[in-house]
Design a protein around this ligand. Structure first.
Ligand code: FES
Length: 120
């Protein structure tokens, strides 16, 4: 195969304590990483990251809220998106892009899929 998909990790916060102060339990907040605006949500299930742009009509998901069911709710038309899969709960075929989060000893990282050459 000429190309392959890999995950590239970017540091968002220096510690778990820093991200917990930035995103309280049951809340969402936005953060920019490179040119991507990310919506970060913290629920009792953990920390989640999705693209901030709602796939329905482009509203900022970080202006919405998250639920105990593990969804982020868009502030514009109140569509719910699953924080783990990105799938809209309302039956429409929309998906919001999700990103993995890793909490490591030296900080909190987000992973973006990238396509790279696979020559050898
Ligand atoms: S813009 Fe988000 S649900 Fe319509």
């Amino acid at each position: 195969m000429l190309f392959k998909r890999t995950l590239k990790w970017y540091k968002l916060f220096d510690s778990e304590m820093a991200v917990n102060a930035y995103v309280e339990l049951g809340r969402v907040n936005s953060i920019t990483c490179g040119r991507k605006k990310i919506c970060i949500a913290r629920t009792s299930k953990g920390l989640f990251a999705v693209n901030d742009k709602c796939p329905h009509n482009g509203a900022s998901l970080s202006n919405g809220y998250c639920t105990e069911l593990g969804t982020v709710v868009c502030p514009m038309h109140r569509y719910h998106f699953d924080l783990e899969t990105g799938r809209a709960k309302s039956g429409i075929g929309d998906y919001v892009e999700t990103y993995p989060i890793e909490i490591r000893d030296d900080g909190v990282y987000i992973g973006f899929e990238e396509t790279v050459w696979n020559l050898f």
